[in-house]
Design a protein around this ligand. Structure first.
Ligand SMILES: [Zn+2]
Ligand SMILES: [Zn+2]
Length: 353
């Protein structure tokens, strides 16, 4: 019998462990995919911890409704291994990226096409077993997206870091028509954001990151200028270069990054927050009116947006970010490196097990 290898979360706050089970059989509309590549995302660190930092001593517990052992991994590209009798429109051997933000299909968010915001979701690698495995079960073929001629190492991460950046940047489209956009935080999502902004916007964005190596990578990838937010002169330098930015994307999501973003906004400016790093943000409430400022959050993106993004990428309009392949057995080492800030671009696990 075919066996399925997984790198599983067996206890919160503990290293992943290899678990081996029988190969699942897809039923109904389900499709079983052999994982080609699965990206390692910052949110995997939070899931492994079992909480989000809310600032001070406060933590948001996210351990509920996730039976252990659990398989992380939501940036999946794979090849169809087998399918249930009701899985129409796919064939074995077909390569696909997996839209992982799968909803219940019934709630108001799902009805509006926003399965990513579903209140009783089945998000792969978040509440249902994901792609740090040799195989993954997908509930319906509608979540499988052709990615040829892209590589699976690029296509998988497009479904989270790419989609998150794409959905966030679309919210800044009107601001980008009027001036330069600032991207803060050049991890996997930020670097994707840079590549996508180069396609969506007519002007190259400026970027900020505390890591000199990441700033260098961003400049090489076409950023107009790169700033170190830890440098006390950075805010003034951005203000004098731009007169204040109208659109900023905070891919970090910490008190410091959001302070930096709001601090360089022009009147009428908008910050979109996608990062989940943690902390508590405070600002004089009068500043919302004085600066006519908007701060809004996004969480990944919709299936329709995933299709739009993949179409752009397949047309060659999005430059792939640097990626590093590692075997599935090194999943924990990849998470450790990500936590320590040692990753430029994206690490992708190869699911062969
Ligand atoms: Zn992710
Ligand atoms: Zn729903």
């Amino acid at each position: 019998m075919n066996r399925m290898h997984r790198q599983s979360l067996v206890a919160y706050g503990q290293p992943l462990c290899e678990t081996i089970i029988d190969c699942p059989t897809p039923h109904g509309t389900e499709v079983l995919l052999r994982v080609e590549r699965c990206g390692v995302c910052h949110s995997d660190l939070h899931l492994q911890d079992g909480y989000f930092e809310l600032g001070g001593d406060k933590k948001l517990d996210i351990t509920k409704d996730r039976p252990l052992p659990f398989t992380l991994g939501h940036e999946i590209a794979g090849v169809v291994e087998s399918l249930g009798e009701g899985a129409d429109g796919v064939r074995t051997g077909q390569h696909a990226a997996v839209y992982p933000w799968i909803g219940c299909g019934k709630c108001a968010a799902c009805q509006a096409g926003e399965e990513n915001l579903c209140s009783s979701h089945r998000h792969l690698g978040i509440s249902v077993d994901g792609g740090f495995a040799s195989l993954v079960l997908v509930p319906h073929p509608r979540y499988l997206l052709d990615y040829a001629p892209l590589s699976p190492a690029f296509a998988g991460p497009l479904m989270c870091s790419g989609l998150t950046a794409y959905a966030a940047l679309k919210r800044l489209a009107d601001r980008a028509e009027r001036g330069t956009v600032l991207l803060i935080g050049l991890g996997g999502v930020g670097m994707m954001g840079l590549a996508i902004a180069r396609t969506l916007f007519s002007t190259a964005p400026i970027v900020a990151d505390i890591d000199a190596e990441k700033r260098k990578a961003a400049l090489a990838a076409g950023a107009a200028a790169a700033y170190d937010p830890a440098d006390p002169q950075a805010r003034r330098a951005i203000m004098s270069a731009t007169g204040g930015v109208l659109g900023a994307c905070d891919f970090v999501g910490s008190d410091k990054s959001l302070q930096f973003a709001t601090g360089v906004l022009a009147r009428g400016g908008k910050v979109v927050v996608t990062g989940l790093l943690g902390g508590t943000f405070s600002i004089a409430t009068a500043m919302f009116a004085i600066k006519a400022m908007t701060v809004e959050g996004t969480l990944t993106g919709t299936l329709a947006q995933a299709r739009e993004l993949l179409a752009l990428a397949r047309d060659g309009k999005i430059t792939p970010i640097p990626t590093r392949d590692r075997p599935l057995s090194e999943a924990q080492a990849a998470l450790d490196d990500l936590r320590a800030g040692r990753v430029v671009g994206r690490t992708v696990l190869s699911g062969a097990g």
